[in-house]
Write a new protein. Structure first.
Length: 110
């Protein structure tokens, strides 16, 4: 775990954060600068820098992120109205924290 990684510190509870979900593999919490009425971050506990650093044995971990996203969308009440899932990859793609994470955004009144 890189000590300077904000999400590693959050996962390890060195930074106080209210988890909406946690298990042995993932944590979920609200984005501090939300881009939508519902904006959650789904974060694996294991440090993977970005999508570019995925290995073949990470397939089930990434698949689990999508299953968890569907569960969280339902819990947040946006499963029927719709939501977006987004990975930002590298600085040019908007990644600001270099620890793999999936954004779940929804709740717009359209």
């Amino acid at each position: 775990m890189p000590e300077e990684c904000l999400f590693c510190r959050i996962v390890n509870k060195a930074v106080e954060t209210r988890f909406l979900y946690e298990d042995d593999t993932y944590v979920v919490f609200k984005d501090i600068n939300p881009a939508a009425p519902v904006h959650l971050l789904l974060v694996p506990r294991v440090h993977i820098r970005s999508i570019n650093d995925l290995l073949p044995d990470h397939e089930s971990l990434v698949g689990g992120l999508f299953s968890l996203a569907a569960k969280m969308a339902k819990e947040q009440g946006v499963d029927k109205s719709g939501y977006k899932l987004l990975f930002n990859v590298e600085r040019g793609g908007g990644q600001m924290v270099f620890h793999l994470h999936l954004h779940l955004m929804g709740g717009w009144q359209r």
